[in-house]
Write a protein that binds this ligand. Structure first.
Ligand SMILES: Cc1cc2nc3c(=O)[nH]c(=O)nc-3n(C[C@H](O)[C@H](O)[C@H](O)COP(=O)(O)OP(=O)(O)OC[C@H]3O[C@@H](n4cnc5c(N)ncnc54)[C@H](O)[C@@H]3O)c2cc1C
Length: 489
């Protein structure tokens, strides 16, 4: 369907909302009766953090999927590369658009840019409207009794949960009015988002980026593992969690859709209320992390608790490389790092174990781990990643206390007692009996030989002794405490 010649178009800027359903900005644009031009900008603004390599892989597929979904409605997705603010202004000029809409982001760089851009476009006489498409509650709508932001999850979620009013999600538009002329678009393939030379993404093929894949994941989860979520979510050897994180990060599904689907499943008697609540509380952590990042933007790069600023981090290139490659000699750590490299995702329990190992066993700054995750995770998300790392380090809001040092082998024995996870990701240890699989260094030479292992050759010996590392971390924290008794809890 094309537009009346006199009607000027409305631009819909897609960002982390790569879907057609429950997309308030798109719905608004369609309902405005104007021809709609949907576009995506691959941002090269040096003020914004560049997307990591794994995220670029996802983006490539997700944009392809969104383009196809729009094409089915007779519309196009215009692709442009450049400094986002400048690209939007250029598109307004080229198309003669009289309105621009988008769904809001909450990251410090994005909010600063969007605020400036909104003002500049309004000065040019355009109608500019933004919407909430990414959170159940926007960060400024949930406040403590004294009006400030929450810093502790439990009271935050109690207050935030009670405010969720979602009763239905917006449908995808039935049709989209096209402009007389489409502005030029880059070709997605020319952006080079898919890795070549080498193509390290072969293990990502189980993922189905895009709105249909996101919906299928949600349906499969609710029909399957959701009921056993409370226990299943801590067992990395099983498919116990939803694996919705990249879909949620790229906005192929809104948290409102997830909330409504979980409520519906429990209403129909298909999902136990306690499993539903546990699962929704994790969506709550996502909300909480966005709330924190919005109110305390420095936490993307700086300690939430400044008392940790003088901590004596070590520079240890060899340790960092061994950690990244999954060659620390601690099976649970290595399995996690290899799962991450191979699939672009890592189980939450294991994320905590590998993060604790880097920070506390190796005394390497959490920012190094955050940066590696940023590049290798398909769900890399500024708010969730920084909060996850700071939670583990003890430097964050409502963080795990600094003296909690995960023991990588007892964690493995507790959450992967049969070693299913280890055998999957470290096949060279598969022949060890369950009781030794998390601590191969305790196996006798006979047991090692029987399992085909030459410790130190086919699989590394631990790069650091656990007790020694634990004591060293506690001493380092102890020294900090005496320096800043009033700031380190
Ligand atoms: C060091 C560290 C780094 C992390 N980095 C990221 C990241 O970059 N991106 C990211 O999305 N998550 C991150 N997490 C949080 C968590 O590990 C993932 O969200 C989760 O493993 C995703 O798997 P899932 O979709 O199967 O989760 P489910 O258990 O099925 O949970 C459903 C959804 O809730 C949200 N969620 C679950 N757990 C958390 C959590 N602890 N914090 C915030 N949101 C949560 C996610 O959106 C997830 O998709 C990190 C955690 C740690 C400890």
């Amino acid at each position: 369907m094309t537009a009346n010649l006199t009607t000027k178009p409305i631009l819909v800027w897609f960002r982390q909302d790569l879907r057609l359903r429950d997309h308030p900005a798109l719905t608004h644009a369609v309902q405005s009766g104007r021809p709609v031009i949907a576009f995506y900008v691959f941002d090269t603004d040096p003020q914004q953090r560049p997307m990591g390599a794994a995220s670029q892989w996802w983006l490539n597929r997700s944009l392809g999927s969104l383009s196809n979904d729009l094409a089915a409605l007779g519309a196009s997705l215009v692709l442009r590369k450049g400094q986002a603010g400048e690209v939007v202004k250029a598109l307004v000029q080229e198309t003669g658009a009289e309105a621009v809409v988008w769904n809001r982001l909450y990251e410090p760089g994005a909010t600063a840019r969007d605020t400036q851009l909104k003002a500049a476009l309004k000065d040019l006489g355009l109608e500019v409207t933004s919407f909430n498409g990414a959170l159940l509650n926007e960060p400024w709508t949930v406040a403590t009794g004294s009006g400030g932001p929450y810093k502790v999850f439990t009271p935050y979620w109690r207050a935030a949960r009670a405010k969720v009013t979602a009763t239905s999600a917006l449908p995808a538009p039935a049709q989209i009015l096209s402009p007389d002329n489409w502005p030029a678009s880059d070709r997605l393939n020319d952006w080079g988002l898919h890795p070549t030379k080498p193509d390290w993404s072969k293990g990502f093929d189980d993922w189905q980026p895009g709105e249909a894949g996101a919906q299928a994941r949600l349906d499969d989860f609710l029909a399957g593992p959701a009921n056993a979520y409370a226990e299943g979510r801590d067992q990395p050897g099983k498919l116990g969690t939803s694996r919705l994180s990249p879909h949620l990060h790229f906005g192929e599904l809104s948290p409102r859709q997830v909330w409504l689907a979980a409520q519906m499943a429990s209403h129909q008697g298909d999902l136990d209320d306690s499993a539903r609540d546990k699962f929704l509380a994790e969506i709550g952590w996502r909300e909480f992390n966005h709330h924190l990042l919005f109110h305390f933007p420095h936490i993307a790069t700086q300690n939430f608790k400044p008392g940790f600023d003088g901590f004596g981090w070590l520079t240890d290139e060899t340790g960092l490389k061994a950690w990244q490659a999954g060659l620390t000699g601690y099976p649970m750590v290595d399995a996690g790092m290899r799962e991450l490299w191979a699939t672009g995702w890592m189980h939450n329990r294991v994320r905590m174990i590998v993060a604790s190992f880097l920070i506390k066993h190796l005394l390497i700054h959490w920012r190094e781990g955050e940066a590696w995750f940023w590049d290798t995770l398909l769900d890399a998300d500024l708010a969730n990643n920084a909060a996850g790392w700071q939670w583990t380090a003890g430097t964050g809001a409502d963080a795990s206390p600094y003296f909690r040092i995960f023991n990588p082998f007892s964690q493995g024995e507790k959450f992967d007692p049969k070693g299913a996870y280890i055998r999957r990701w470290i096949p060279e240890l598969a022949g060890l009996p369950d009781k030794l699989i998390h601590r191969p260094w305790e196996a006798s030479s006979l047991e090692l030989r029987a399992a085909g292992i030459n410790l130190g050759a086919t699989y590394p010996k631990p790069i650091i002794d656990h007790s020694l590392a634990r004591n060293r971390a506690l001493e380092a924290y102890g020294r900090l405490k005496t320096l800043h008794t009033d700031e380190v809890p």
